[in-house]
Design a protein around this ligand. Structure first.
Ligand code: CTP
Ligand code: MG
Length: 244
């Protein structure tokens, strides 16, 4: 992998990390959802492509499950010189931890790592740029997120226990960007407490730190259930027609 990549500040590089070791249980297809076809290429290639195409990203680690029989056959990035592979773990947080280990062979502890779900194929270049911009002078790290539009209830035994103040609630999306050394320490800390964190920011928050929220387009959806795939196709078509 050539050195290159963006310099958020002198000598500091930015890397992508794509966890792709899930099996897509909620989606329920025979093939893990990241390998389903979407607008002419696999879902995962849309996610990786956003990073490989960006001149500010030095390289990318992709984390694959032990049973993965698809990557080499369907991804255009298999064998790509700026994409390295890492082995998956039992949960997303373990997969990310393994990806950091692989990146550490090339990246420094101070480098930024942008963790992005393989199942999020609609990331806009403008949102990636906005996140990279937010990392200038950012002491902790930052994640793309969207303010919640619906009124949110907390449930208790099928009844409303409380209506939460919506103005303070955001959906956490990816990429989520942290310095390699800090994220490794945060995930190790969560593991010592036997906590399974569902995003990278949660692990950093457990250290008492407060990552920045960077508002992004709501079309940066994660494909979770079957109805999400045609929605992603629609968003990609919209982006193609009105690029920004
Ligand atoms: N992921 C991973 N390693 C795991 C579990 C998930 O790398 N052990 C990845 C998935 O491949 C996905 C991202 O983390 O790109 C977000 O996870 P999710 O949407 O939950 O995907 P799955 O775990 O595959 O889906 P499900 O929970 O429905 O089984
Ligand atoms: Mg999952």
């Amino acid at each position: 992998m050539p050195p290159g990549g963006s310099q958020v500040s002198t000598g500091v590089r930015c890397w992508g990390l794509i966890p792709a070791a899930g099996v897509g249980r909620r989606f329920g297809a025979e093939v893990p959802k990241q390998y389903l076809a979407l607008a002419g290429r696999p879902v995962i290639d849309h996610a990786i492509g956003a990073f490989v195409a960006h001149p500010g990203i030095a390289g990318c680690a992709v984390v694959l499950g032990a049973e993965d029989g698809w990557w080499a056959d369907v991804s255009a990035y298999a064998g790509h010189p700026r994409v390295l592979r890492a082995p998956g773990g039992a949960e997303r947080c373990h997969s990310v931890r393994n990806g950091l280990e692989a990146l550490a062979q090339r990246a420094a502890d101070e480098d930024w790592v942008l963790v992005h779900d393989a199942a999020r194929p609609c990331l806009r270049r403008t949102d990636l740029d906005r996140l990279l911009e937010a990392l200038q002078d950012e002491p902790v790290g930052a994640l793309l997120a969207v303010p919640i539009a619906d009124t949110v209830k907390r449930a208790d035994a099928g009844q409303v226990a409380e209506t939460l103040p919506r103005s303070a609630l955001w959906r956490a999306y990816t990429p989520q960007a942290f310095r390699l050394g800090l994220l490794r320490r945060a995930l190790d800390h969560a593991a010592t407490k036997d906590l399974i964190v569902t995003d990278d920011a949660s692990a950093v928050e457990l250290l008492g730190l407060r990552p920045a929220l960077v508002e992004c387009s709501a079309d940066n959806i994660k494909i979770t259930r079957p109805e999400d795939l045609p929605l992603a196709a629609f968003y990609l078509e919209q982006q193609r027609e009105t690029p920004c």
